[in-house]
Design a protein around this ligand. Structure first.
Ligand SMILES: [Fe+2]
Length: 332
């Protein structure tokens, strides 16, 4: 390597930050030089202004180069462009090809949720995701026949489960609520938002740590507090009535009912039961169980519903039947 080239490479080491291929593939063009490194020197793969073509993305995926780099100061431009794309597709969900729009919007939303988890006190990021979810739930409510196709496509994108889980559990929640016809459209919208944002407090722990089945003592403690942290982060910043924030606060108390982990003396004071908490929690448990994790494979739907039967069938026999019916139909 030429001496100047070596100096240039060394200087890059200090100036570059990673950008995921998921972020890059959702851009139409490169707002800055985007580098790749295959263990050797960095080289520019996309020059500033280059179109991000699907062929180029395929080439990167084929060579296993899924970790890309940009200069630190340029990463903010990428975030801004992705946010702009999300706003644009959110405003025009029903125009053109609604199915493709919804798929794109959900991918952008998931990336922007990641940015929000990186800086959960950023109002602009929170408002963008909140407004986008509002539009999405309105679109999905009007298009129940698209849910399965959307779900399948979304699962195939293999987003990190921390960011995918809120979307998957909220789609199930919407489906169950629409079929059971127990709530008004406005209540369904609020509950969808509740479900989507209930785990924002998990941002207190670096996301990579969730890849392991075991958290450190400190992280475990933080994790157990994530419902409270979510409420703290959302209070006064989004349009969710206090009763919905209460559901967020209690969204895990419910799931402990009927399991060995539930200690009535410890948690009963804080436990708010009720249909809404139960249904948010149930959708969350099923979505998590039937999806793969880095440290375990997916559970069968049958086993997931069996756990739900143990948890709720006695207190909510009719609702349990709705849930079983919904999932059987959905995966038929
Ligand atoms: Fe949670």
């Amino acid at each position: 390597m030429e001496p100047f080239a070596a100096i240039f490479q060394n200087a890059l080491n200090f100036k570059l930050t990673t950008v995921s291929i998921r972020e890059v593939m959702l851009l139409e063009f490169a707002p800055c030089d985007i580098f790749v490194s295959d263990g050797g020197p960095y080289r520019i793969f996309f020059y500033q202004g280059n179109t991000i073509s699907s062929d180029a993305i395929k080439e990167l995926l084929h060579s296993g180069s899924t970790l890309l780099f940009v200069r630190e100061e340029s990463y903010q431009n990428i975030i801004a462009l992705l946010q702009e794309s999300l706003s644009k597709v959110t405003r025009a969900l029903s125009i053109g090809n609604p199915l493709e729009n919804a798929k794109k919007q959900m991918n952008l939303l998931t990336i922007c949720l990641g940015h929000l988890y990186d800086s959960p006190t950023d109002d602009q990021k929170l408002n963008l995701v909140f407004q986008s979810i509002k539009n999405l739930v309105s679109f999905l409510s009007k298009n129940p026949k698209l849910h399965f196709e959307i779900y399948r496509d979304y699962q195939s994108q293999k987003h990190h489960f921390i960011f995918a889980q809120p979307m998957l559990s909220s789609i199930f929640l919407l489906g169950i609520l629409q079929q059971s016809r127990l709530l008004s459209p406005k209540e369904i919208e609020s509950l969808f938002l509740t479900s989507y944002f209930k785990d924002l407090g998990m941002s207190a722990i670096p996301i990579e740590k969730y890849n392991s089945p075991v958290l450190s003592k400190v992280d475990k403690k933080l994790f157990s507090k994530h419902p409270e942290i979510s409420v703290d982060l959302l209070s006064g910043r989004v349009q969710l009535a206090p009763s919905y924030l209460k559901i967020i606060e209690n969204h895990h108390s419910f799931s402990l009912l009927g399991t060995g982990d539930f200690n009535p003396e410890e948690t009963f004071d804080n436990f708010i039961g009720g249909f809404e908490t139960m249904i948010v929690s149930t959708s969350d448990i099923i979505a998590a169980m039937i999806s793969e994790r880095p440290y375990r494979s997916a559970t069968s739907l049958y086993d997931a519903l069996e756990l739900i039967r143990v948890l709720i069938a006695e207190s909510y026999p009719t609702e349990f039947k709705y849930i079983v019916h919904y999932f059987r139909q959905f995966f038929k």
